[in-house]
Design a protein around this ligand. Structure first.
Ligand code: AMP
Length: 298
């Protein structure tokens, strides 16, 4: 890996690390002038195969791939979650180099928020902020928008790669794209990568004990059960049944519900036709896990 400066030429075999926004932006501007498209994968590090699948997709579609690693303090509503967020920078760099990621942006907190985090802009996310993750994580999506807005300005990508794992976040960032007039930016949503037993890969899984890791496969099994058993009409009895089963297995269920796949509006009565997504947030031994599954019509 090399540390980037403004005038550096791009090496094909080595990733360039930028710590300063200005250096990154100037470098990417020079790349853009050569006619290459730029793909961007924002992350908070502790990289796993799910993140790497986004890098791979970017490398397939874009001329140059930029990954950022920044554990954004403004999107953590729970300070303990922030403090305990895993940091594995050495391994992350190795993984990115192995994938052939061309640029890593690794800013400090001061670089992203030079004036601190008190007077940051807020974004009109409307209804999206009032459902599912919204009420359970006050301020979370504002924090996501604050950092993504700053990162998008720094990178100015043609393509932005996001994981479906964070379904609502994808919708929020699409709204941010519209709100901020980034009409040329294309968003690609990449399917969730899962462990063999169905648990969605997540940096937070590192905090699960081996026994809890095994147990967490039940979230995916619950989606499967829902897919198999769902019938038109009142969805509550089936959802209540699933929540009870998960609770008995030791999960604390924050929500487990059904929404319209396009708007995320909760669906209490299903007409048998509307496209649905099942959404879950559960705690297992203090670790909060979220997941979702788009249901297919039978
Ligand atoms: P994070 O580091 O958790 O902020 O995630 C960075 C990006 O990777 C986000 O767009 C996530 O949705 C995506 N991502 C996280 N986990 C997975 C996964 N299991 N499969 C696919 N994408 C994922």
């Amino acid at each position: 890996m090399r540390v980037g400066t403004v005038n550096q030429l791009r090496a094909n075999t080595m990733m360039i690390l930028f710590r300063k926004t200005n250096d990154l932006s100037r470098y990417l501007e020079s790349v853009r002038k050569t006619g290459q498209t730029i793909g961007f994968v924002p992350t908070m590090g502790a990289l796993h195969e799910g993140h790497l699948s986004l890098i791979r997709r970017s490398k397939e579609e874009a001329g140059l791939t930029v990954c950022s690693i920044f554990v954004n303090p403004t999107q953590f509503n729970d300070p303990t979650d922030f403090e305990k967020y895993p940091i594995t920078l050495g391994a992350d760099i190795q993984l990115l180099e192995k994938e052939g990621c061309e640029v890593l942006f690794l800013p400090t907190r001061e670089e992203i928020y030079p004036l601190g985090t008190k007077d940051l802009p807020t974004y009109d996310l409307g209804f999206l902020e009032t459902v599912w993750e919204g009420p359970h994580r006050p301020g979370h999506f504002q924090g996501v928008c604050q950092v993504v807005d700053i990162l998008l300005t720094a990178v100015n990508p043609d393509l932005l790669f996001l994981g479906q794992k964070d379904y609502q976040q994808c919708q929020v960032i699409e709204r941010l794209r519209v709100l901020t007039g980034r009409t040329d930016l294309k968003i690609r949503i990449i399917p969730t990568l899962r462990e063999a037993h169905g648990l969605a890969m997540s940096s937070r899984n590192r905090r699960l004990s081996p026994a809890d890791f095994e147990k967490a496969g039940a979230i995916y099994a619950a989606f499967q059960y829902l897919q198999d058993e769902l019938k038109p009409g009142d969805t509550h009895p089936l959802l209540d049944n699933i929540k009870t089963r998960l609770t008995v297995q030791g999960f604390r269920v924050e929500y487990f519900g059904l929404a319209r796949a396009d708007t995320m509006e909760p669906v209490d009565q299903w007409d048998g036709k509307e496209g649905l997504v099942a959404l879950a947030a559960v705690f297992l031994s203090g670790v909060r896990l979220i997941d979702n599954r788009v249901l297919t019509a039978k």
